[in-house]
Design a protein around this ligand. Structure first.
Ligand code: ADP
Ligand code: MG
Length: 379
């Protein structure tokens, strides 16, 4: 059962292709993250799901309805904007209540980063809303939404009095008050400092599990994506390069881009050749053992190896890949050592190592065995 489906969605702005033939199915109750660098098309994809953009080509489905031409307020979705797009001269309660109306107004993109000065007009439509729903019902729903985001009793505060973290919660309450099937969040924690961001990551994840609704979450922060998501879609240049769980994305990156973007990695390019026991990638006189990969179609290929998968010293002996190297840099100390080692052919590798006793510590200039298992080298 899918809550959101994109089928071959392309979105062009004049000569810019922001989203390039994206297909994606998001299951009910899933926490899916669109992850990628700035400009890769995350926001545009999210806005196509929300209805603030119409795809140039392809189809968008929410639940079982094709919604290409359905305006945002008639979709079973709700969006938390990157800059919150709150009304600074209105109370928290008014802002949250406006969520019920919000879906009816035109694209708030214009308010991104700016403030909204049309408070009087907005008040008028809020009065209209109150007229239609009745004050009590609205108040009850505002109270409930504020409790959900842990701001109980904040109804009468002004937005301008709130901290960034509290504003973020108000934006969340405003999106949740409509009880959407799908919540769309565009870098919602981007403006918060690191400690608050970490706390909110856990809270948002808990909230999503508690509510059981589908979250589509946008971030450029790979650590955030790895922490929170059931599924991660890694985007690059308008395209999804890989879709998978955090573990799949981290352990089995399918492209150089994914390997490089997610976590730290050593990338080695060379010539791929199959052997009796598997395959090798050769470069500058060294031959690296890798697993045979049926997807390799050209002789030039690369493999990625994570810094923590490389062993040094006695640990390196007997591995499928074993080389002589020299420590050229020690990056920091403590119980996790980070080293740069140079192999005989000049290839440099970053190595992370748990230091169990100080005897295991390596110093710059030291000559050392370097090794890893071919299973850990991802072609
Ligand atoms: P992200 O959210 O990943 O940073 P966006 O979806 O905002 O990326 O943008 C993807 C690309 O589309 C960028 O090159 C951006 O400049 C362009 N773009 C986005 N929105 C518009 C627009 N309304 N008009 C023109 N170009 C746009
Ligand atoms: Mg964006």
């Amino acid at each position: 059962q899918y809550d959101v489906q994109l089928e071959n969605v392309t979105k062009r702005f004049d000569d810019v292709t922001a989203v390039d033939d994206v297909s994606l199915s998001i299951e009910r109750g899933e926490f899916l993250t669109l992850l990628g660098p700035s400009g890769c098309g995350k926001t545009t994809t999210l806005r196509c799901i929300a209805g603030f953009e119409t795809p140039t080509e392809g189809d968008v489905y929410v639940r079982d309805d094709r919604v290409n031409r359905v305006p945002p307020f008639e979709r079973d979705t709700s969006m938390v904007f990157q800059s919150y797009a709150l009304f600074p001269h209105m109370t928290v309660g008014e802002n949250v209540a406006f969520g019920l109306k919000m879906q009816g107004i035109s694209s708030p993109r214009a308010t991104d980063g700016g403030t909204v000065s049309r408070a009087s007009g907005i008040r008028a439509s809020l009065d209209n809303l109150i007229g239609r729903h009745g004050n009590e019902e609205i108040n009850a729903r505002v109270t409930e939404a504020l409790e959900l985001v842990e701001l109980p009793g904040f109804e009468d505060r002004m937005i301008s009095e709130l901290s960034g973290g509290q504003q973020q919660r108000v934006a969340l309450a405003r999106a949740l008050i409509t009880e959407p099937a799908v919540l769309l969040l565009d870098e919602p924690l981007g403006a918060l400092d690191l400690k608050l961001r970490k706390n909110m990551q856990v809270e948002l994840k808990n909230l999503q599990e508690e509510l059981g609704i589908t979250f589509v979450y946008v971030t450029h922060d790979q650590e955030e994506a790895l922490t929170m998501s059931d599924q991660i879609a890694v985007m690059n240049g308008g395209d999804i390069e890989q879709l998978g769980t955090a573990t799949e994305i981290y352990e089995q990156p399918e492209t150089e881009f994914v390997a490089d973007f997610i976590g730290e990695t050593n990338l080695v390019r060379g010539t791929y050749r199959e052997t009796d026991t598997g395959a090798v990638i050769e470069t500058d006189g060294l031959s690296f053992a890798v697993s045979r990969d049926n997807d390799v179609t050209s002789s030039s290929a690369s493999f990625a190896i994570r810094p923590e998968k490389i062993r040094l010293g006695d640990d390196a002996r007997g591995q499928d890949n074993e080389f002589r190297g020299e420590v050229v840099e020690e990056i920091y100390k403590g119980n996790l050592g980070k080293f740069v080692v140079r192999l005989e052919n000049g290839q440099q590798l970053t190595v992370d190592m748990q230091i169990r006793d100080q005897g295991a510590y390596r110093s710059t200039g030291e000559s050392i065995q370097v090794g890893w298992s071919r299973e850990n080298a991802v072609v």
